[in-house]
Every structure is written in structure tokens, then in C-alpha cells.
Design a protein around this ligand. Structure first.
Ligand code: BGC
Length: 371
């Protein structure tokens, strides 16, 4: 199996890198969709957001066939939504604001269908999230360039770009599927990167121009005290802000606003056991320390030559793996609100394990460059 690691696995890794590839491939359905987590019924769906990072991780370890199959699944899935998307775009461009439940969803079944509500106790999913659409376009472009200009479905790329153009100023749920009453810096960043990527893929200047407008809005509306903030009306720092530079490249890794954001993540969001929280005040499964976010910061540390913090991030992640080397979504050893663990376990079962996105970010931390 191809495993061209830039950072060789140390013995401390115990095979976690190779296992991560296995987990992601095992979680890829014949359709090409990546399941978010195979053993957690609530996550038996394919999210564009999680999937984009799984595809990027597969590209980073030389398993580009897997990434290609995901992109073809995404294209088929989104083409099925063409009529719905066209009608939404028309209504939005006419000044109408459709109800959030009418918007395109954040996740699909592994067969690429819309999920049927009422099957699970969590019937109404906070589905209106735009970041996944932008992340998917950005990852498709990266994949396309990495493989040296492969095929992609231009009709779908154009459809998604027009959908993002029509929706980007609306309120939606954030990438943590919360706070549906505002705009979110990470979401705005993903939309800008997605539009820019569509512009590059299609050779359409208008999308690149629009991507720049969205980026201007990010810089004008989502910077407080010299660093990026979580939301238009939310000054907190959020670890997902890392994706603004890494991997989306909207600003450089040494951009002063970004550097200050990273410092705030280290100060505010490093948990008791050394992992990274999503944001202060998170109560989902108690608001634990997330494997994928600790990897993300470790990825930044590797790329910026901060070897000591990269190594401790890797060690912390290795320590979170189960005996069979599976990585959970989060560690609940150091939660922000311990009383909120049991209610979530009662509702949905123990923390999702393995979570494909956790494994993907671990591989990216070890292996991927900046852009
Ligand atoms: C996270 C999302 C993620 C989903 C599936 C949620 O708890 O907040 O970002 O896409 O799980 O992994």
C-alpha cells in the first residue's frame, strides 16, 4: 500500500497511520460515499464536510482512487438535487428566503439519497449548513490539480457555485451543526474557497471575483482584537477557524490575524489532558477534546516547524486510540461540562468510534502540505 509519508511514522505511532487508511477505506461504501462513523447510528450518513477531508487524506497517502470515487459520488448525488437547487437559486435571486428545511442538506445517505426523517429519534437534523458545499468544491479542485487535471462534472461544479453565490449571505448552521441564527467565519471561508475553486475549475472569472467579495466580507466582519472570531455576533475563537489558512489558503500561515487566531486557540481551547476543544461553552458529549482538532493544530505546528508541539499532539492522539487503533470523535476525559456526557450517551450511545474524519485529520497532520 502506498504510504509516502513526509514525516516518517515513529514507533510511538504503533501503526495508527496505516490503520487510519484502513478505517477510511473500510468506511467507504461501494457508492464512493464515506460514512461519518460506521458504529454510531446517528452518523451513518455521508457529510460533504467530513467526506472532503477524508478524500484529501486519501490523496495525501497515495490512495487517490478512493478520493476519485468520493468525488464521483458527490457529483451524482448533487446532480440528483439539480431541480431543487435550481428552484432555490431562482427564489433566492428573486429576493425570497426559503425556509431552512427546504435548503440542500448537509448530509446524504450512502446511496446519495435524501435521508427520510422520522427514522431516528433525532428527526429534524439541522441540515442547512453551507460549509460542506464550499469544502467539497475546494477539495475537488485540489484533487483535480494533484492528479494533473482529471475529469470532473462541470455542470455540478457550476450548480454548486451558483447555489453558494445565491446563499452566502443567509444565516445557516455552522460546521458543528449549531447556531442556526447567524453567519459563521469558517462557513464564509469555506464558501469563498469553494467559489474560487469553481472559478479555477471552470475558468470563470465571475466566481473568482465573487470569492474575493466573500473573502472581503470575512476580513471585514469576522475579525475582533486582531484575530478571527467564530461568528458575526460571536467573538469567541473556534478551532474550525484553522481551516481559513490550512488547508483553504485564504490567508498565509504567517498572516498576523491567523497567527493570533492560532494563539487564541492554544490559550482558550487546549483542554485539561492536552487535546483541543471546539469552542468554549461546548456541551456536546460534555464538550470534550477533539482528535481531529488536535491533529489540525499539530498539522499547523508541523508545517511551521514547531516540532515539540507537533510531537505532543501526535502522542496525545496515539493515546486516544482504542486497543484496535480506532480513533473516536472526542475524548471525554477532560470535558468542559462533565454533567453533559451522560445525557448524550443516553440519547445516541457512546462517543462515535471510529470517526473517519478523526483518522483523516491524523493522516493530514502527518503527511499533507499547506496548499
Ligand atoms: C460534527 C460535525 C460532523 C458530524 C459528523 C458532528 O458532531 O459537529 O462537524 O460533520 O458530527 O462527523
Amino acid at each position: 500500500m502506498a504510504f509516502p509519508l513526509e514525516t516518517p511514522l515513529t514507533t510511538a505511532d504503533g501503526g495508527l497511520g496505516l490503520k487510519s487508511i484502513e478505517v477510511i477505506l473500510a468506511g467507504q461504501a461501494p457508492s464512493g460515499a464515506y460514512v461519518a462513523s460506521p458504529n454510531f447510528p446517528t452518523y451513518n450518513f455521508s457529510w460533504l464536510r467530513d467526506g472532503a477531508y477524508c478524500a484529501m487524506a486519501m490523496d495525501s497517502v497515495g490512495n487517490s482512487d478512493s478520493a476519485t470515487r468520493f468525488h464521483r459520488w458527490a457529483e451524482r448525488t448533487l446532480l440528483e438535487q439539480k431541480d431543487a437547487a435550481e428552484s432555490l437559486i431562482l427564489r433566492l435571486n428573486n429576493g425570497e428566503l426559503p425556509h431552512m428545511d427546504e435548503m440542500l442538506p448537509t448530509r446524504y445517505t450512502l446511496d446519495g439519497a435524501l435521508e427520510k426523517f422520522g427514522e431516528l429519534e433525532n428527526s429534524a437534523w439541522p441540515n442547512y449548513q453551507l460549509d460542506g458545499y464550499g469544502l467539497w468544491l475546494a477539495e475537488l479542485r485540489r484533487h483535480h490539480e494533484k492528479l494533473g487535471n482529471t475529469d470532473f462534472n462541470a455542470e455540478v461544479v457550476d450548480l454548486v457555485a451558483r447555489y453558494l453565490s445565491a446563499t452566502w449571505k443567509t444565516n445557516c448552521f455552522d460546521c458543528w451543526e449549531e447556531f442556526g441564527d447567524g453567519q459563521h467565519a469558517s462557513t464564509v471561508a469555506a464558501i469563498s474557497a469553494g467559489l474560487n475553486s469553481a472559478g479555477i475549475l471552470l475558468g470563470e472569472e465571475k466566481y473568482i471575483q465573487e470569492a474575493n467579495d466573500v473573502l472581503d466580507s470575512l476580513l471585514a466582519n469576522f475579525v475582533r482584537d486582531g484575530r478571527f472570531c467564530k461568528g458575526f455576533s460571536d467573538d469567541r475563537v473556534d478551532s474550525s477557524l484553522l481551516w481559513i489558512a490550512l488547508p483553504l489558503g485564504l490567508v498565509e500561515l504567517d498572516n498576523p490575524i491567523f497567527v493570533k487566531t492560532v494563539e487564541a486557540i492554544r490559550t482558550d481551547l487546549r483542554g485539561q489532558t492536552g487535546g483541543i476543544h471546539r469552542y468554549l461553552g461546548d456541551t456536546y458529549f460534555g464538550g470534550g477534546e477533539w482528535i481531529l482538532l488536535t491533529s489540525w493544530l499539530g498539522w499547523y505546528d508541523r508545517l511551521t516547524g514547531n516540532e515539540a508541539d507537533f510531537e505532543s499532539a501526535q502522542q496525545w492522539i496515539v493515546d486516544q486510540a482504542t486497543e484496535t487503533l480506532e480513533l473516536p470523535e472526542q475524548s471525554i476525559q477532560g470535558t468542559q461540562d462533565p454533567e453533559m456526557v451522560a445525557p448524550w450517551v443516553k440519547r445516541w450511545g457512546p462517543v462515535a468510534t471510529p470517526l473517519l474524519w478523526s483518522h483523516a485529520m491524523y493522516l493530514l497532520m502527518l503527511n499533507e502540505g499547506a496548499n
